[in-house]
Design a protein. Structure first.
Length: 188
């Protein structure tokens, strides 16, 4: 009996540790803290403007793939695009861009903490530059709850004090269309 009790306690301890680890990884957005890479995408035609696409990759990397899709769409429309992880040096300098897009995974109806922080800290000098702002949330699902979109919209407006931000949930299985839709909302 004592042996079974010890095994039970060990199993319970392992389950608690795993649960706390997963919760901490999601809540603290650990993947976002390591998103430090960046790259520049130059259009094959005359440049019509500059765009910055900032992402937190999330646990699955789907948000990074969505950011890449958005960057490629903007590049195809003639923008020089800086695709940057949320903790990269490039992401920290938002001046000189016509379009800024930021996004990452949605956890429980909220953007990841690193993108939330990024949106709250968009520089005040953007008020004179006045870039168009787009925000995306990767759902990791083929469906979404209307309350998730309402929660995301409320969070973006609260973070940016910008009621004009274009907001899009990127659904799993419909990434190409959803990303293109967000770009079409941003490009005149």
């Amino acid at each position: 009996m004592k042996r079974w009790l010890k095994v039970g306690i060990i199993v319970l301890a392992v389950i608690v540790i795993l649960f706390v680890s997963v919760f901490a990884t999601i809540y603290l957005d650990l993947a976002g803290y390591f998103a430090t890479s960046s790259e520049r995408l130059n259009p094959s035609m005359a440049t019509v403007g500059r765009a910055l696409v900032v992402y937190s990759p999330g646990l699955s990397g789907a948000a990074k793939a969505d950011a890449r899709e958005i960057a490629d769409d903007l590049q195809a429309k003639g923008y020089t695009v800086d695709l940057a992880g949320v903790r990269s040096t490039i992401a920290g300098n938002q001046s000189g861009y016509n379009i800024i897009v930021a996004g990452g995974p949605i956890y429980f109806g909220k953007l990841s903490s690193s993108i939330d922080e990024y949106l709250k800290n968009l520089h005040a000098d953007n008020s004179t530059n006045n870039p168009r702002l787009g925000v995306f949330g990767s759902t990791g699902s083929g469906t979404y709850s209307p309350s998730d979109f309402a929660s995301l919209k409320e969070q973006v407006i609260s973070d940016t004090a910008n009621g004009n931000a274009k907001i899009k949930l990127i659904l799993s299985g419909n990434e190409t269309n959803d990303c293109a839709n967000l770009v079409s909302m941003l490009v005149p």
